[in-house]
Each structure stands twice: as structure tokens, then as C-alpha cells.
Design a protein around this ligand. Structure first.
Ligand code: 13P
Length: 259
């Protein structure tokens, strides 16, 4: 099966709503429909920017999907400070990141919490991008594969195989995030193949064939083509380089050209 590529920009805790409007307008000026033929692009602003970005994207028909960086596992109730997946869906959010390593590491999200969030995202008709990845210590100790298999198995077990086939999993090695040293295309391919294999073990061959596996960690316009040229790398999850229109559009074009 031909998996449609996905290029997602995770803005993290950057850009207020005015800066966000400016960035999507700039994306709109630079991105033509031809740039996104055959691939999907999503932007993941902070929650406070979502409504503004949604308005600009819909008014100007900018060819990007709206994404969120996280959401609650609950639909409504006494959960002070949380953001409901129901509310995200009402804003036409399509993709929601779950289990980013920063949330796991800094906010104590366990595999169990991530699994509950995945169910909430799917229950509300949105597509999860579940992040997995090993630390530098795990990599050095030779336990990277075990770590990935544990994270992927827990995530995939939360959903039925058809839902797994429609989701995305982002392999983001913690040592490559924000460091300027991306995984080599060969290392990214090896890890993304482990991820797909782990999906197959739990959810079956069709789910493994359908799931989109992204690479994330110091992605730039210069390294994108080779990364997405790997057979098991179906796109990229971009942090820093998604904060400026020229570099993000460069990544989109590189991902689109490398087929
Ligand atoms: P960088 O692209 O800044 O390394 O961030 C990657 C990331 O964490 C995306 O979710």
C-alpha cells in the first residue's frame, strides 16, 4: 500500500496568537496546492492560538490541517487546566500529538496516560500522532529497541487495528530533539522499521502496512529528502524548523519531491 506522507510542524510553547496568524499567513503565501499534492501537512500551535489559526486557514484556504500538541483523556468535567478533545474537534483540529517526549519527561506522562489520550483523540474523530523514542542512555545501553517496542505496544493496544492503521507514530529519539544532530537516514529507517514491526505484532499486518511512521528530531530542509526517502519513514515531525515559513515550506517541498 502507498502511504500518504505527513509533514507536521510542532510549534511547542512558541508564538502568541498574533505571531501565529503571521506565520500561517506567510505559509499561505508560500504554499501552493501543488506543494501538497500527495502529502498532508499539519501545524500544531499552542492551544491559545488555535482559534486564530483555524480562522486564517479556513478563510484563506491554506492547504494545511490544524493540529494540537496534546489533549485531555477526558471529554469534560472537573479537570482544571486541561483541554478537552471535544473542544479541539469543534475547532476542526484534525491531528493531535500524544506522548511527546517533553510531556513524558517533564510532565510525567506514562504509557498508560498516553494510551488513554489516544483513545480520547480517536473517540472524537481526530487522528493521533503518538510520539515514541529512546533517550541517549538507552541508546548507549543498547536498549533502544526494547524501549520503542514497549511504548509502541502500549499505544497500539489502546486502539482497534483499523484505528491503528489510520494513526501516525512519530519516532523521535530524545537525543536528536533540538540538538541539531538528527539521526542518520539509516538509523531512522532501522528504528522506524522496528516501530512498524511492533505495530504488526500487536495489531496485525494491515495495521502495520497502513500506519504512518514519522521521524522527528532536528529535521531541516536539507536532511528531509533523504529521511523520507527511506522505505519505512512516511514523513517528519518538525520542531524548530517549523517556526519560520521558509524553512517549513522547504521541508514540505523536500518531502514532496523525494518520492
Ligand atoms: P526539533 O525539530 O526542534 O529537533 O524538535 C523535534 C520535535 O520534538 C518535534 O516534536
Amino acid at each position: 500500500m502507498v502511504r500518504r506522507r505527513l509533514v507536521s510542524g510542532n510549534w511547542k510553547m512558541n508564538l502568541d496568537h498574533l505571531q501565529a496568524i503571521h506565520l500561517v499567513q506567510d505559509l499561505g503565501l508560500r504554499l501552493s496546492d501543488g506543494d501538497v499534492v500527495g502529502l498532508d501537512v499539519s501545524v500544531h500551535p499552542p492551544f491559545t492560538d488555535l482559534r486564530s489559526v483555524q480562522s486564517v486557514v479556513e478563510e484563506r484556504r491554506i492547504p494545511v490541517f490544524l493540529g494540537a500538541q496534546d489533549c485531555s483523556s477526558e471529554d469534560a468535567g472537573a479537570y482544571t487546566g486541561e483541554v478537552s478533545p471535544v473542544m479541539l474537534a469543534r475547532l476542526h483540529v484534525t491531528y493531535v500529538i500524544a506522548g511527546h517526549s517533553e510531556r513524558r519527561r517533564l510532565f510525567g506522562e506514562t504509557d498508560g496516560v498516553v494510551a488513554a489520550k489516544l483513545r480520547a483523540i480517536v473517540r472524537n474523530g481526530m487522528t493521533p500522532i503518538c510520539c515514541v523514542g529512546e533517550t541517549a542512555e538507552e541508546r548507549d545501553a543498547g536498549t533502544a529497541r526494547d524501549r520503542l517496542v514497549t511504548q509502541v505496544s502500549s499505544a497500539v493496544s489502546a486502539l482497534v487495528p483499523e484505528q491503528v492503521a489510520g494513526m501516525a507514530i512519530a519516532y523521535e529519539p530524545v537525543w536528536a530533539i533540538g540538538t541539531g544532530s538528527a539521526a542518520t537516514p539509516g538509523d531512522a529507517q532501522e528504528a522506524c522499521a522496528w516501530v512498524r514491526e511492533a505495530v504488526g505484532e500487536v495489531a496485525g499486518a494491515e495495521a502495520a502496512d497502513g500506519v504512518r511512521v514519522l521521524y522527528g528530531g532536528s529535521v531541516t530542509p536539507d536532511n528531509t529528502a533523504e529521511l523520507v526517502g527511506q522505505p519505512d519513514v512516511d514523513g517528519v515531525l518538525v520542531g524548530g524548523a517549523s517556526l519560520e515559513a521558509p524553512s517549513f515550506v522547504g521541508i514540505v517541498r523536500a518531502a514532496n519531491g523525494a518520492r
